[in-house]
Ligand binder design. Structure first.
Ligand code: SF4
Ligand code: SF4
Length: 196
């Protein structure tokens, strides 16, 4: 049952008390985009397709990420690595690689289920959140947009396996020395910038 004396006398005082307390607190308004506040380390930003230390791609084109996606935002087409004598057709260790990889950021809800499904940790999420664009086509990110940049020592695929001849060694996490690229293999840039 309501108390008329309390409602008449105390409640306004309590209400104005909240107002006065707030007046002397530091404002929490963020001046975005002039000041960018760092995200939490586990913030789900845009995706990244990662590489092995020799530059080969971790994606094996298995499509598990696409099947896990509740928004149907991922499209993958796998293809076979063609292990030529000069290694000219190899993009990842093992049999297959992701030939086509697209993420549709018009659909993606950044839930992270795709990265949980990925068996090779090829797919992770960065802290980058500035994804807005002024047209729909540019919000479909292709493999080239998603691939991690090459760090020093990495070589742009296609090339032969440089960590070990046995692709299982990649997945066992063996830190074997990179043995170099045989003649005829592509040698790309070695820019840094991988934020995996
Ligand atoms: S983060 Fe979620 S919605 Fe976005 S691509 Fe991955 S599974 Fe799909
Ligand atoms: S990103 Fe991972 S789950 Fe998706 S196709 Fe590549 S290896 Fe498979």
């Amino acid at each position: 049952m309501s108390n008329p004396v309390k409602e008449t006398l105390w409640d306004p005082i309590a209400g104005f008390g909240v107002t006065f307390r707030t007046m002397f607190r530091k404002p929490v308004t963020e001046q975005y985009p002039f000041t960018k506040v760092p995200t939490a380390p586990r913030f789900h930003g845009r995706h990244q397709l990662n590489r092995w230390p020799d530059g080969l791609e971790k994606c094996i084109g298995c499509e598990l990420c696409a099947w896990a996606c509740p928004a149907d935002a991922i499209y993958v087409e796998g293809a076979s690595n063609i292990d030529d004598a000069d290694g000219s057709g190899r993009f990842s260790p093992g049999e297959r690689y992701g030939r086509v990889y697209q993420i549709n950021y018009l659909r993606c809800i950044l839930c992270g289920l795709c990265i949980e499904a990925c068996p090779t940790r090829a797919l992770t999420m960065t802290n980058e959140y500035e994804l807005a664009n002024d047209n729909r086509a540019d919000l479909i990110w292709e493999k080239d947009d998603l691939l991690a940049p090459l760090l020093p020592g990495m070589v742009e695929p296609p090339h032969e396996m440089m960590i070990s001849d046995d692709h299982h060694d990649y997945y066992r996490g063996k830190q074997l020395p990179i043995v170099g690229v045989s003649s005829g293999a592509s040698t790309g840039s070695t820019d840094a910038g991988d934020d995996e």
